[in-house]
Design a binder for this molecule. Structure first.
Ligand code: GTR
Length: 324
């Protein structure tokens, strides 16, 4: 080797070494919600802990407010590996991992407490494993609270008959369109980011969501100001990692990520409860009318949906119902 060649080789090595020593993985994280939202805050906090636990080797960079795309696109990007971490509604996972639709069915959970007991326990772990072992190239890391979804419309709704002829936006999953149709309205699948304008312009007559989303997405400022407490869907949120990114991590790092995801699940929950209270208050103060109803007619009307999507999972549904 000539002197010059050796120098070049040494320079190349010198340039490479620090990279190897300080090799850093930055996990790009998607969330549709704005900065400060409980899910965003919990994943950011998870990032800080991950950074500390790996001595700066693995970091999370949060992209809130759907800047990386709407949830459907975010799922696709995560499957491909362009997004490494995504906190999404389980609703949009159904189309790629149909088994999770058991949790997406109307009135499958009695209340929030029941949903939490299920996701915290063995059934929650099983569903995360189903996501991971499916062909979707996603790793189910943990759950978050997506609250209870109720209907907001321009005209007050008290019974399924009141929904006749009303176009109500649902998340992109045929199960939800079927749910709204069974509840008496016309379900329209649409991305979250289009709901505000569609409510404003009259493309739709209503939508459904939990109080923090109804408020932070500004849907309450549209004519849809009647908030009927149907509580028809209690859909957990899920934190998924791209299989591509997951497979690049050591088993030890994977274990740290799993542990911190579980901590994020509990941290988000505390933030969530405060946020439901806070935003319910803000909605009321802004003139939104909360309408309390007997939900039984909506429960009965959606029985065919549970039959249709639950037929393959009767054992699992019985186990869910048996959780105290
Ligand atoms: C929210 C949920 C989001 C998104 C949104 C929607 O409650 O946190 O992930 O699914 O609903 O309606 O699209």
């Amino acid at each position: 080797m000539t002197f010059q060649r050796r120098t070049i080789a040494q320079l190349v090595l010198a340039a490479l070494l620090p990279m190897t020593v300080h090799a850093q993985t930055v996990l790009r994280a998607h969330d549709t919600h704005p900065a400060g939202y409980p899910t965003v805050a919990a994943v950011e906090s998870m990032g800080k802990k991950l950074d500390a636990a790996t001595n700066g080797r693995i970091k999370i960079q949060m992209f809130p407010g759907a800047v990386l795309g709407q949830e459907k696109e975010a799922v696709e990007q995560t499957q491909l590996g362009a997004i490494q971490l995504a906190r999404i509604s389980l609703g949009v996972v159904g189309p790629v991992v149909p088994e999770v639709d058991v949790f997406n069915m109307p009135f499958v959970f009695r209340d929030i407490k029941h949903m939490r007991a299920v996701i915290d326990g063995p059934i929650g772990d099983e569903l995360l494993s189903k996501v991971t072992s499916s062909s979707a190239r996603l790793v189910g890391l943990g759950w978050m609270d997506g609250g209870s979804r109720s209907l907001y419309t321009k005209k007050p709704v008290r019974t399924p008959a009141d929904l006749k002829g009303q176009k109500v936006r649902m998340m992109g999953n045929p199960l939800f369109v079927d749910t709204m149709n069974a509840m008496g309205g016309n379900g329209i699948a649409m991305a979250y980011g289009e709901v505000f304008t569609s409510l404003q312009t009259g493309v739709i007559d209503g939508a459904e969501n939990n109080p923090p989303s109804y408020f932070t997405a500004n849907h309450y400022t549209t004519p849809a100001k009647f908030y009927t407490q149907t509580n028809h869907l209690i859909i957990p949120e899920i934190l998924v990692m791209s299989k591509v990114a997951w497979d690049r991590m050591s088993a030890a790092d994977q274990a740290v990520v799993r542990r911190l995801a579980r901590e994020a699940q509990m941290e988000q929950r505390a933030l969530w409860d405060k946020s439901v209270e806070e935003y319910s208050g803000k909605l009321k103060a802004a003139g939104v009318e909360f309408i309390n109803i007997d939900t039984k007619p909506f429960f009965d009307a959606t029985e065919p949906v549970r039959q249709k999507y639950g037929a393959k999972h009767t054992d699992l549904m019985k186990r869910i119902a048996a959780v105290k």
